[in-house]
Design a protein around this ligand. Sequence first.
Ligand code: GZL
Length: 349
Amino acid sequence: MFNKKDMFKVLVLVIVFTMALTACGTAASTATQAPAAPAATTAAAAEKPFGEASCAPNCTYKDMVMCFPQLGAESDWRTADTASFKDEAAKDGFQLVFSDAQQKQENQISAVRACIQQGVSVIALPPVVEDGWDAVLTEAHNAGIPVIVVDRTVSADPSLYVSHIGSDMELEGKRAAEEFNKKFPDGAKILELSGTTGSGAAVGRAKGFREALNSNIEIIDSQTGNFTRAEALPVMQAFLQKYKAGTDFQGIFIHNDDMGIGAIEALKAAGVNPGDLFIVSVDGTRGGFQAMVDGWFQADVECNPLLAPQVAEMALTIMNGGTVDANVLTNETVYYPENAAELLPTRTY
Ligand code: GZL
């Protein structure tokens, strides 16, 4: 016969057994009947435009945190580009997360990763070179952060960024070539001072230049000056050791005004005078205009650094779930000495 003690033990066992069954059932239900994400949420998440912010469709600039990992401060063009973004942020009231990579891609990539960690609204990336961006652009994409490539281009898959805005570098090179074609219908030998190796600006200008240059104009040598005055000076000095100005070469294609100003210093020291050579530069900065006024440059192909207003507008559109063009090219022209003196006081960079 069961005594009271035995009955209690049985009761406890029954209770424990019942609880165990229920718990397993719960675990099982957790494991086997995990609540599916409500179909509506999944569908809505799938339809949400890439980069749309939680404030959409009423985001204002006050809601925007723009990451701008600037590539460096190598030229007057870059200084003006940086000022454009800082001025626009102050005017519109958005937060600008600025950094200067000192022309090193690894620094730019680190800055982008920091912005991804910060959870910025948008990344405006001015890539120092074309290659090597796939990994970090994939990280930004996976984090749901839209990237607008600014100024120079990247070779990465366009699906990894929302848009590119900048100059048509090949057209700039073509425009420079047309100046040499006009000047030297019977042919000439020229030098090239090119920009940062592997940069979209240097690659595009060189390509466009060569495709449009008449076959009777020969590029006898080309070296990079990395878009800086300081690095262009020794390159031009070395050219002048090797080639006699006017005899061995009659002109120079220079990928930006800053390198042109460095080259002028070497030309002056070698006894070359303004107008002895036919020089075409790129950017259209105040320094380039002054070089045209002084007779050193015979043309300056415009390259506009003031991109921030358009980038800010594109970024806000993306935050509000809107769409932007995949490639936005800036309208540019060619400037000449004839009106350089008149225009110089009006130049904003
Ligand atoms: C071109 C820009 C170039 C400029 C240089 O869009 O990337 O970089 O031509 C600058 O002056 O350093």
